[in-house]
Ligand binder design. Sequence first.
Ligand code: PGA
Length: 253
Amino acid sequence: MPKLLVGNWKMNGLQAGVSIAAQIAAAAPKAADKEVTLAICPPATSLAAMSIAVAGTGLATGGQDCHAKPSGAHTGDISAEMLKDAGASYVIIGHSERRADHHESNAMVRAKAEAALRAGLIPIICVGETRVQREAGEAEAVVIGQLSGSIPASLGASDGDAAGIVLAYEPVWAIGTGLVASPPEVESMHQAIHAFMAKSFGPTGAATPILYGGSVNGDNAGSLLKLNHVGGALVGGASLTVDGFLKILNAIA
Ligand code: PGA
């Protein structure tokens, strides 16, 4: 099964970080042999330079958020069309840090994901429960609720076409904490997400890639990425260095 390995650099890295991406890009042919697609989502300030530096290497780039509108009076915001223009192929949408820091609702996440599709980008739509929700036994209901509210309406059951989107299951308690969801926890959540996607969008929904994210590193990636229903990883901290990122690639069988 092809896999997608995405680095989410968050608010880290100046323009000099482009050289890290160029070094990671050198491993793209090896990744292609393993049927792994590599992508890095740098801060918006580095996106254009990075996209130029890695053009034609097989390493894709992406944004970390976009506005729902294509242009207009929205000081400080960046549209999906602008990310595309800067060379992006992907955009992370609805990351839990944005849902928390910027009060992004499911409806906002859906509008942004629709904007990404409109601009020709692949949205990576993030969902995940908090520790309190998991302990209350609500993890699956929370995640399915987020998905029902966040997936673009255009991917309705009528056209049955969920191709062109990627989902990321990122338990909030596992992000940046060093705590990783256990393989059985990951597999059962990904299975539940695929069941929901199959019910809502047919066979294409069932085939939508689901990345796992939350403290993924070279030591745990091997056991997580071989699980059924896991289509790759969304990696924060460990994607910031060449070594950290390539160790994850090497761990993928
Ligand atoms: P982490 O971040 O790998 O540092 O836990 C993952 C993410 O937030 O996408």
